[in-house]
Each structure stands twice: as C-alpha cells, then as structure tokens.
Design a protein around this ligand. Sequence first.
Ligand code: NAP
Length: 501
Amino acid sequence: MSDPTVVTGADERALLARIPTALYLDGAWRSASSGRTFTVTDPATGLPLAEVADATPADGEAALAAAHRAQREWGSTAPRERAEILRRAFETVRARTEDFALAMTLEMGKPLAESRGEVAYGAEFLRWFSEQAPRIAGRYSTAPDGGSRLLVLKRPAGPCLLITPWNFPLAMATRKIAPAIAAGCTMVLKPAALTPLTALLLTQVLEEAGLPPGVLNVIPTTSAGRVTGPLIRDPRLRKLSFTGSTEVGRRLIADSADQVLRVSMELGGNAPFLVFEDADIPAAVSGAILAKMRNGGEACVAANRFLVHESIAEEFTAGFLQRMRAFTPLRGTDPRSTVGPLVDEGTREKVSSLVEGAVAEGATVALGGRSIAGPGYFYQPTVLTDVPPGARILDEEIFGPVAPITTFSTESEALALANGTPFGLVAFAYTTDLRRALRLGEELETGMLGINTGVVSNPAAPFGGVKQSGLGREGGLEGIEEYLETRYVGIADPFPAPEDR
Ligand code: NAP
C-alpha cells in the first residue's frame, strides 16, 4: 500500500486544482475587478504554482462594504452558533491535514513535517476560540454609594481588517479569524501575496462550515498599501489586526491615527537565547535547535542571538554544531528534507548580507555561511562564533537558518545584552536555578519567555510583544478581548426602597 504521507507530482496538481484562486466577497468567489491575476511560486524551484486574482482598491472597498452590511446581524448571532461554525472548521482542517500541509509546503517552502505541525497549531485556534465564544461575559455591580447599578457589556468591535504574513500562512490567519468570529466581528482578510493559497483553502473550509456571506471577505493582492490604505481611512472599519514587520506595522499605526482605529500589532522580534552555567547542556542544545531552526529560522520567535556563559560555551557550541550539521536542505515535499528554502531571493540576499557583514566585523564561520546553488532559495544552516557585540546581525531580525553565538560572564551582563534591543517579543533561557528563572521572568523585557524550552507558542497562552514588537495579544483568554469593546450602562437605582414596596 502506498504511504499517504509521500507526495507525488500528481498529488500536487490535484491539490492545486482544488484550491480556489478567486477573491471571496460577500459569500461569492469572484475575479478581480481588473480581471488581473498574479503568480504564486514555489520557493524550492522558483516555478509557478497558481494564478490568483489580484484585488484592486475597488475590490477592497467591496469587501469592506460586505463586512459592514453583515456586521449587525452577525454580531447578534448566538455565541453557540459562532462556536459551532468554528468547531466544524477545526474538525475539517484537522481531517484535511495533508491538504493544508502540502499547500503550505508548496507556497512557503517548509518541510511537510513542519507544515503538519503548523496545521495542528493553526487548527487549535479554531477549537480554542470555539470554546471562548460562549464564555464572553460582562458584569453587574452596585455602585459604591448604592445609588445605581453598573452593567458592563462586551460587544463585537465591528468590521476588522486582518493583514497576515507569509511565514505561518495558516496559523497567522486562524489566530485572527477565529477570535473575530467568536467575538461576532466581520472581517476583510488580506493574506501575504507570497502565500495566499492556504488562506483561500481555509476560507473554503469556513464557507463549508456555515460562515454566512459577508462575515469573511478575502482579498489577495499585490498592491497591499493601495488596497488597504483606503480601508484604514474608512470610518466603517473599526479594527486593524496586523502581523508582519515592525517597519510596516509602524506605518499602519500612523495611518490608523486618523480614524483612531483600534490596532493589534504582532511585529518583529530579536529573541535572545540565554544559556547559563548551570544549564542542562544537552537540553539547551535541543531547545536551541528548535528555537533557531523551526520554520527554517523564518519565525518572529526564532532565536536570533545565542548568549552563552563563557564557562560552557565550548561544550554548548560543539553540541549545537553537531546538530546543525545534520540538517538536510531539500524541497519540503521530499521526505528527507529537514529544512526548506527561504521564501524568496530578497530574503536570501538579506541573510547573506547579514552573514557577510558579521564576518567583516570579526565573526568566525563555524558552519555554512553561503547560499546553496541550484533552483530555489536555499541557504546553508550556518553557525557564527565570536560575534562581536554591536554587530549588525545581533541588532536585526535574521529570518534564516543562521545562529550567531556570543558569550557573557555574569547574569547582569546577559540581561543587559538581552534587553539591549528595541524589540521585545520573546526570550529563551536555560537554567536549573529556579530563583534565576523567576528573576528573568521579571527582568527580561519581552512579552514571552521560555524557560528550558525552545517553543512557547500555544493557542491557550497570550502571544505578543512589548517595545517595538507590538501591541495586544493573540490567543489565550486575552485574544478575544482584542475583538470586543467594553460598554458600560449606568442604571438609576432600579429597585424601590423597602418602605415603598
Ligand atoms: P511584511 O512585509 O510586514 O508583510 C506582512 C503583511 O503586510 C503582508 O500581508 C504584506 O503584504 C502586508 N503589507 C506590506 N506592506 C503593506 C502596506 N504598506 N500596507 C498594508 N499591508 C502591507 O512582513 P513579512 O515579510 O510578510 O513577514 C515577516 C515579518 O513578520 C517579520 O518581521 C516577523 O517577525 C513578523 N512576524 C511577526 C509575528 C508576531 O506574531 N509578532 C508573527 C509572524 C511574523 P505583501 O505580502 O503584499 O507584501
């Protein structure tokens, strides 16, 4: 019997034929108003995969108009109804794991095993928020002077614009769509132009799960700014949720000021990975591999700077190098692949220039350090040692399979290095000293901290950053709050005094 997890060219063609390539507006699949399409390519081969409708500003306007029309009725549906749509979508995404995994591997490049991991993670937001929808609650209390009653309500924020990046094409979409559905908001989704296919497949699943027309409208486009700019300035839009680079996020926050639009921003990171002298070194090596190489390093939570105590740096580096050497860069559909290509040539050029810059600044290449010739945008798994403080590679998000290692001698030096960045998304620390771990939890300037683990993302936990890594949280109990408004109703003493009864 053939192995269902081994992909053939025929499987790829059959899947691509099933994924919609049109815009999704007001419950209907439509061509772009210009009739134009754009090409989605496979980063492992550089070859075209599909032609997708390229939304225009007029299509963006139609999407917002549909979301605005649908808002009132959708916002008053029973929470259980919204929950059950999410639950059905969760079951379908899980049942179609192989389709979603292959779509992501084809358009984004990661190995199929990692794409399956993202399906499990991304689907979980549908289940988690299906469980949150019926738990939206307010409160009722007596004013301190006893003269009135205070009623606090939660209402849907209203039509939302959701803008997602290419690196986690499913999970970044479900992390926004699921809480918006649970809260009773309607949406316009603009997926990344590099990876629209997964979002379109998810849209089809949500349609089949019973999402009413107008609630979710999807507008892939190659003109992100021209299409979303007018929506951000439109008073019908009530909320913007963006995941992407700090540079674009900063511009969107400025644009949102005109309408005083509510914003959630999941932006770039520069995660430090700290290994203290009391760490379990084999565990730290395993955690480092996960924190660095998950998604080929193309993750906002990827470890960007390895800060290792000088007394154990040699042992840690030797173990880490051994594991980094074992990676096999191949097209993600090949079962032997353990790391895929970078997403495009621009990303690969940036990684190359950071590595070349670090070497010019005094770093030593202990492994890799070059692009891989041939089709696709592959880059060698790379380890740099003796990276001097102040090197550009320590200040910028690498977004590739490159690990710069530096050393420290005291905890306060490690903290100063870790916090010496405008970013503050996540940090990782390996230590067996409980007091140190708790101290780090208070003193590291990040929204998230992994202690003795290389992965922190969990749909049940609040994901997000401090400083220039963002505003707001996704997932956890906090995630739905981003899509709810708090309203307060003051009620004049509603009960007659006892003598009037
Ligand atoms: P990006 O260039 O900022 O793009 C993100 C999204 O914004 C894409 O859909 C993009 O559309 C769109 N966009 C670009 N310019 C825009 C504009 N002027 N107006 C409106 N939308 C615009 O980021 P990326 O390269 O796709 O993703 C990588 C970045 O995302 C990294 O910095 C990473 O750290 C961050 N990220 C953060 C998190 C988090 O949760 N904190 C999670 C994942 C990724 P196009 O596709 O058309 O360019």
